[in-house]
Structure formats: structure tokens, C-alpha cells
Design a protein around this ligand. Structure first.
Ligand SMILES: CC(C)[C@H](C(=O)O)[C@@H](O)C(=O)O
Ligand code: SF4
Length: 469
């Protein structure tokens, strides 16, 4: 009998085209998502070599990072650099016969929201994209790797990727989440616990009662930020919720093909006794809402806590880097998190720009007003999320509360378009990275859940969402 295998082992094994003696493998790639930032040189490489895209039907291109989110974007993109990038993808997709969603298409949005929404992302598949947050698709039990531009070219040309097998890591979250605590808080707490290098060299499988209880949206939030914990990919075994989510998606199998697919998807789980190189266990019942205080996603604290004192850190390099982070963030040790006033709120991104996130925001802000000191924006993750939100009347709630309701895209998650912080501005953000300058030169980012960002917009400072009435 062969040794029990993890979910990762199974998907990896199933996609090996060839293996070399040193363990380097050629993996077959089932799906390739393409966006405008990491693809221009890859297409140029194909063109120079006179090659075609090997499997255009397994490739999907969409613009997200550079597109403006203002309502007038349909009249053309004013920023020249952005316009050139967007046009390049449109032209490359047309030339190489790849399906393409432009900013005028209702299906357009952030690539990691679009894949699942279209049923392009399915369990058991290998999925790649020239983007680190490709890990998001692991929520469906797909092995999803972010790749670099030269690998994008390799996959376009051959539909394969060179990979060495990573180690297996298990993060088990037991118990039930308390009211007001969300998937975002789970993943921020995990990164706080393991650090941004904690998952290095591993693929993390998330399991346990708290993970099983999450919606597909919540599971995507978890897998999305796996990369911030240093791991190669994140995975959650598919279950009935996964199949339910997938079944009416445009590109998902239908009828008999769906039944057969589900039979296969049910085999995608970690077998009893399978070996994990590292195991981390958390209890969901103990988790509070989390706020990041520094310039790394591991710099997190409970909303009930205070800004930590770096002098308490023994390691000198780490201590000075955390002092630098506090200096950048304009914060003093001992400050209560709930005393930190904010200037901006950004709700969106591939971490928290899905319909469930917007519903959570609406529940908090309905009938209230954004604080006069705060400017707040909500950016749906895709045109379809926007459409659904408007069908439910969420946009009316947002606008009445004083939020800016935008067109879909990456927006202020990273300062690659017109949405950005001004120097010194402090933002409560539902995105995934708080690096220096991430949301704009000298901008200050605090990572939080959608409900926490919404409450901060109304109060003008962080508040414990569990006390919200
Ligand atoms: C621009 C892109 C390559 C980048 C990534 O790889 O993640 C971006 O999406 C990000 O979130 O920083
Ligand atoms: S929303 Fe942010 S994290 Fe996600 S792909 Fe866009 S820039 Fe990257």
C-alpha cells in the first residue's frame, strides 16, 4: 500500500508530466489567468520566437491593476501609462486568440475574483497567474501558484511549469468564530503567529471546524493571504459548499459532466495519517478582531490592544525594523488601537472585494454617516459583484452613508492607478499588504476586516466591532 497522501501531494502527483532525478518536475497547468502588469514581455517573447499560445481556451485575460475606478473611465483612460498597459493586453489577447475582459465588460474585475466567478477555477486543477495572490484559488482545492513574467511566457508557450515539490504544512483552526470575527481576522492572526516567513518552502492546507464553517468568500480571503505568510500556495479541501458555489458558474461543467466532476472532486482531501512537515493549531473561539499596526502583515494586534513597544523585542535587527515601522506609521508604543484616528477607508481588493464583504459593510453602515474627517471608498472586486450589490440595494446604503461607490479594479490596494493615499494619510483597508508606500507614497495602511473598516469609517477611528450596535 502506498503512503497516505495530503491534498497537495494528490494534486501535484496528478499533474506531473515528467520528473528529473533531482526532483524537478514539469507540471501540467490547467488554467492560466493573465493580467496587464506581468504579461507584456511574455507575449513579446512569444512574438519574437514566433510561437503561439499553446492552449488559448485554458487562458483568460483581464485588466485590473491599472484601470481607473471612476465612473467616467468608459470614456477612455486618461493616465497614459495605464492606458498603454491596458491597450497592450487587449492587443495581445486579440493577436493570440485569448479570451479577454476589458474594463467595459461586466465580467471584468480583479483576476482572482473573476476566475472563481466564471467557474474558470475548479477543484483539483493547477492554476497559475503572474500574480502573487493567485493563492486565492486554493480555496477551491486547486493548486494555485503565483509565477513570474518569464514563467508566464513558459506557460503561454507550453501549458507547463517547472516546479519542485514544496513541503506540506497544516494550519488547523478549531472551534467556532465569535460574532464579529471573520476570515480576515483568522488569516491576520495566523500570519501574526507564524510570521511572514513562517510558510516558506511549504504549501499550507487550512483545515478545522472554523475553516469548514466559512463561506467560499471567507475561504478565498484565507487563501488569498497565504502568500503573506511566505507559503508557496494555500489549499482548502473542496466540499458541498464548494460544489454548490461552482455549479451554476458560466464555465463550470454542467449536467452529467458536473456529476462526474463532483465524483472526482470528492477524492480531493488529505488522507488519514498523511505526513505534514509542520502543523500549527489555532482556536477560533479565542480570536478577536485584528488590526495591523506596522508595515508588514505580521505586525498585528487585537483591536482591544495597544501599539506594541519594539524595545520588548530581543533580536536587535527585528527591534530596529519595528521601530522604523512605528516611525513610518506615525505611532507611539502604548497607544490604544481604538484611539487611532483614520483619514481614509478602502473597502475592496481580491482579499475582501466580494459580495459577502460588501453585505458585511452594508450591515454596519446602514442608516449612518461616514465621519466628517474621513473619506471612504468602496470598490467592488468585479463588475458582477457590483451588479449584484446594486441589485440588493447596497450601493444606495453606501452612497447615503457618504461612501464613494466605484467601478471594479485593484484600486487603492496598490498605487498603480489614480486611487492612492496622500503622504501621511492613514487608512483602514481591507486589502492584504501594508508595506511602505503600498497605497501611495508615505501612506499609512492598517489591515482590517470589512466590518472593522466600515465601523472605523463611521467612527473616524478604530472601534471594536463586537461593541457595535
Ligand atoms: C502587480 C502584481 C505583480 C502584484 C503581485 O504579484 O501580487 C500585485 O498584484 C500585488 O498585489 O502586489
Ligand atoms: S487587488 Fe491588490 S493584492 Fe489583489 S491582485 Fe490587485 S493589487 Fe494584487
Amino acid at each position: 500500500m502506498s503512503a497516505p497522501r495530503t491534498l497537495y501531494d494528490k494534486i501535484f502527483d496528478d499533474h506531473i508530466v515528467s520528473r528529473q532525478e533531482d526532483g524537478t518536475c514539469l507540471l501540467y497547468i490547467d488554467r492560466h489567468l493573465v493580467h496587464e502588469v506581468t504579461s507584456p514581455q511574455a507575449f513579446e517573447g512569444l512574438r519574437m520566437a514566433g510561437r503561439k499560445v499553446r492552449a488559448p481556451e485554458k487562458t483568460l485575460a483581464v485588466v485590473d491593476h491599472n484601470v481607473p475606478t471612476s465612473p467616467d473611465r468608459h470614456q477612455g483612460i486618461k493616465n497614459e501609462e495605464s492606458r498603454i498597459q491596458v491597450e497592450a493586453l487587449a492587443n495581445n489577447a486579440a493577436e493570440f486568440g485569448v479570451e479577454y475582459y476589458s474594463e467595459k465588460d461586466v465580467r471584468q474585475g480583479i483576476v482572482h475574483i473573476v476566475g472563481p466567478e466564471q467557474g474558470f477555477t475548479l477543484p483539483g486543477m493547477t492554476i497559475v497567474c503572474g500574480d502573487s495572490h493567485t493563492s486565492t484559488h486554493g480555496a477551491f482545492g486547486a493548486l494555485a501558484h503565483g509565477i513570474g513574467t518569464s514563467e508566464v511566457e513558459h506557460v503561454l508557450a507550453t501549458q507547463t511549469l517547472i516546479q519542485k515539490k514544496a513541503k506540506n504544512m497544516l494550519v488547523r483552526v478549531d472551534g467556532q468564530l465569535p460574532e464579529g470575527v471573520t476570515a480576515k481576522d483568522i488569516i491576520l492572526a495566523i500570519i501574526g503567529e507564524i510570521g511572514t516567513a513562517g510558510g516558506t518552502g511549504h504549501v499550507i492546507e487550512f483545515a478545522g471546524e472554523a475553516i469548514r464553517s466559512l463561506s467560499m468568500e471567507g475561504r478565498m480571503t484565507i487563501c488569498n493571504m497565504t502568500i503573506e505568510g511566505g507559503a508557496r500556495a494555500g489549499l482548502i479541501a473542496p466540499d458541498e459548499k464548494t460544489f454548490e458555489y461552482i455549479k451554476d458558474k458560466p464555465r463550470a461543467p454542467k449536467g452529467k459532466a458536473l456529476d462526474m466532476a463532483i465524483d472526482y472532486w470528492k477524492t480531493l482531501y488529505t488522507e488519514e495519517g498523511a505526513h505534514f512537515d509542520r502543523v500549527v493549531v489555532l482556536d477560533a473561539a479565542n480570536l478577536p478582531p485584528i488590526v495591523s499596526w506596522g508595515s508588514s502583515p505580521e505586525d498585528v494586534v487585537s483591536v482591544e490592544g495597544t501599539v506594541p513597544n519594539p524595545d520588548d523585542i530581543e533580536d536587535e535587527t527585528k527591534r530596529s525594523s519595528k521601530w522604523r515601522a512605528l516611525d513610518y506609521m506615525g505611532l507611539k508604543p502604548g497607544t490604544k488601537i481604538t484611539d487611532i484616528a483614520i483619514d481614509r477607508v478602502f473597502i475592496g481588493s481580491c482579499t475582501n472585494g466580494r459580495i459577502e464583504d460588501l453585505r458585511a459593510v452594508a450591515a454596519v453602515v446602514e442608516g449612518r454617516k461616514v465621519a466628517s474627517t474621513v473619506s471612504a471608498m468602496i470598490v467592488p472586486g468585479s463588475g458582477l459583484v457590483k451588479e449584484q450589490a446594486e441589485k440588493e440595494g447596497l450601493d444606495t446604503i453606501f452612497k447615503a452613508a457618504g461612501f464613494d461607490w466605484r467601478e471594479p479594479g485593484c484600486s487603492m490596494c496598490l498605487a498603480m492607478n489614480d486611487d492612492r493615499l496622500k503622504p501621511g494619510e492613514r487608512c483602514a483597508s481591507t486589502s492584504n499588504r501594508n508595506f511602505e508606500g503600498r497605497q501611495g507614497f508615505k501612506g499609512r495602511t492598517h489591515l482590517v476586516s470589512p466590518a472593522m473598516a466600515a465601523a472605523a469609517a463611521i467612527a473616524g477611528h478604530f472601534v471594536d466591532i463586537r461593541d457595535w450596535q
